[in-house]
Ligand binder design. Sequence first.
Ligand code: UDX
Length: 488
Amino acid sequence: MFLKLSYPQCIRSKVSICLPELLPFPHRRKMDEKQVKRRIVLVPVPAQGHVTPIMQLGKALHSKGFSITVIQTQYNRVSSSQDFSDFQFLTIPGTLTDSDLQSLGALRFLMKLNQICEASFKHCFGQLLQEQVSRDDIACVIYDEYMYFSAAAFKEFQLPSVIFSTTNATAFVCRSVLSKVNADKFLIDMKDPEVQNSLFPGLHPLRYKDLPTSAFGTLEDSISLYSEAVNTRTASAVIFNSASCLESSSLLRLQRELQVPVYPIGPLHIAASAPSSLLEEDRSCIEWLNKQEPTSVVYISLGSLGLMENKDMLEMARGLSNSNQPFLWVIRPGSVPGSEWTESLPEEFSKLVSERGYIVKWAPQMEVLRHPAVGGFWSHCGWNSTLESIGEGVPMICRPITGDQKVNARYLECVWRIGIRLEGELEKETVERVVKRLIVLGEEGADMRKRAIDLKEKLEASVRSGGSSCSSLDNFVNSLKTKNFMQQ
Ligand code: UDX
């Protein structure tokens, strides 16, 4: 059984912001040669967790003197008004039918998007090239690993391309391993609880059950999508929104295995702020946080795609209430299957929440995590949320749902030791216990907070001048100036 609804619901979201279309190509004025900056073209996946880091990357590269063009699909478009007035936005045609949007899971949606966009992307890209004063104007094209259709155009036009992975290097290694497993054997292995809990060979400390299989499709779908995504094709480099202080061995392994340079340049949200929320943020929660005690609040968010059953939400509310800690909970419209928002939850839920909690549909997450009242983050462990939480020194309650979130949760618990993993059925007693362990009771939570603050400082140092990520970004930018970038 896999989750079908979340991704299409999110991409049909009425609140996604559409930018006014740019003037058609022939009407755009060619720039004077002297004014021309070299251009980098970005190709994001239309989903919040992918848009956010690629737009931050755009900001980082813009600050290095490049012009930025974003080529996006019809779904979940970023707006030029969102602090990106210097960027050029182009939208390629290609839509899925309503029935596809309703029935495809996220994996098949991505595969289909790759099929329908290839030709229109080539066309759009060809026009963009005609607009350039010289071919060298485009320094390179950076595409999200899941927008692999775009590689065909770069090959045809012989332009340098770079893959951007919005997850960490460890998850990329895992996807590469998964893309080669025998699906039938893996499925049989995974039915055995002993195997599930055993270490996967060569991926210490990950267990079989920590591998980034997706809840948004079948294992076969995961394998075929991952085989496309980890295929570097003609790409000249791979960029990660990560830092060597977090996962040096996975980065070194990829450096060896991929045969193209690997650039860990994150965390991008510290290196280059770029507000690109596709949903409207409810800032009233900051006023509510202002009234709470320092490090007392549990902030709960399952990112932009996670879903939650009624019974789990009710157990959570009971456990949170019994812990006596205040909580701020993001419940996105459509994240409770079969319900517009929270109306299908029983009266008891609203009563429990109104006593100690505050609910919003979408929060200004970075501001929330930075708030002194926040003591812990109950998270699905998406990579952006993970980096944002570490970046504010906030320890986590880890409840991964799908994909790379499982890898991140394992690292949070066993490698960085700043998170408590909550496994199995959600029951009010376990919820209460985990909240108390993290926030209320003495040493364990305090030690985690201390480690989280140490890691925050390391991350901040990595993006400062002379830090590993800052140098990696400089090396990447310098490599774009070399003539043989494409042959690397
Ligand atoms: C998914 C995967 O989980 C993630 O690991 C992958 O790298 C990208 O795709 P998502 O599930 O949306 O992303 O989670 P996450 O990576 O955490 O990104 C969510 C983003 O939404 C974060 O930047 C977070 O700050 C933002 N957010 C979330 C808000 O701004 N407000 C909210 O209320 C909730």
